[in-house]
Write a protein that binds this ligand. Structure first.
Ligand SMILES: [Zn+2]
Length: 249
């Protein structure tokens, strides 16, 4: 695989794989076990937000997922909830202040400390106990580890009628086209996002000599929400495909 970008948050690579395999990897990411808040007991809530709205906001905050945690449904506690499959987090704040994700105290913490949850004015109080559990994106999006998507790498085709007017080269917003011996070529094909500005520009001039077609290579993108590194999402997704195939066998 040709890696075009690699940071803890984002991985991009290019490879000649079939679309069905790429899609299988994408879908399997929603089976990776991820920690998220699932139940909340409100003790005090004087804030302007209803309990339900606060619960929704808290559920979507990415939490650091400890490695040894297991899905509640597969846990030895049989879905009751124990320390192996769930973590409790407490919030106890009094206004005036902004309650941030870092206000959650417990055995884990939010990936990003400064996510605002709610604003409290003088004498308003917020007190709650949240239970985070391990789940999968198949059950609810809040358990998904990030965004996984792919597209075909573009190929370019030039008609023999091309008179090298260079209008398409100018029209390209990414500036990745060049003319080489009456043929339009990519300077960097991995940067093409298939906007087709070049094709439109050509048609505007009454010609039709440039075509952008999907190539054999697939550009694959993984963006992590922060619970686990982007690279890990790929490895775990592949492992899940293998396990599922073995089960089918
Ligand atoms: Zn358990």
């Amino acid at each position: 695989m040709k890696t075009t970008k690699k940071t803890p948050e984002k991985v991009e690579f290019v490879e000649e794989i079939s679309e069905s395999l790429a899609n299988a990897i994408r879908r399997s990411a929603s089976e990776i076990p991820i920690l998220a808040i699932d139940e909340i007991e409100f003790i005090k809530n004087d804030s302007v937000l209803y309990d339900e709205v606060l619960a929704l906001r808290l559920g979507l905050i990415p939490l650091k997922t400890p490695k040894d945690m297991i899905i509640r449904e597969k846990c030895s506690c049989k879905g009751k909830g124990c320390s192996k499959c769930s973590i409790q987090l407490k919030i106890c704040e009094k206004g005036p202040c902004v309650v941030y994700s870092k206000s959650m105290k417990g055995k884990t913490e939010a990936v990003y400390a400064e996510i605002p949850i709610v604003n409290l004015v003088q004498n308003q109080e917020l007190e709650l106990i949240a239970t985070a559990k391990i789940g999968t994106g198949k059950e609810h999006t809040k358990f998904s580890p990030g965004l996984v998507y792919y597209r075909n790498v573009a190929e370019i085709e030039t008609d023999s009628n091309c008179d090298s007017c260079k209008e398409c080269v100018e029209a390209c917003p990414q500036k990745i086209l060049k003319i080489n011996k009456n043929k339009i070529e990519f300077i960097d094909k991995y940067k093409c996002d298939l906007c087709e500005s070049c094709v439109e520009e050509c048609k505007k001039h009454g010609k039709n000599c440039i075509k952008i077609i999907p190539g054999k290579e697939i550009a694959f993108f993984i963006e992590s929400w922060g619970q686990i590194p982007a690279e890990e999402i790929f490895y775990q997704a592949v492992k899940i495909i293998k396990n599922n195939l073995n089960q089918l066998k």
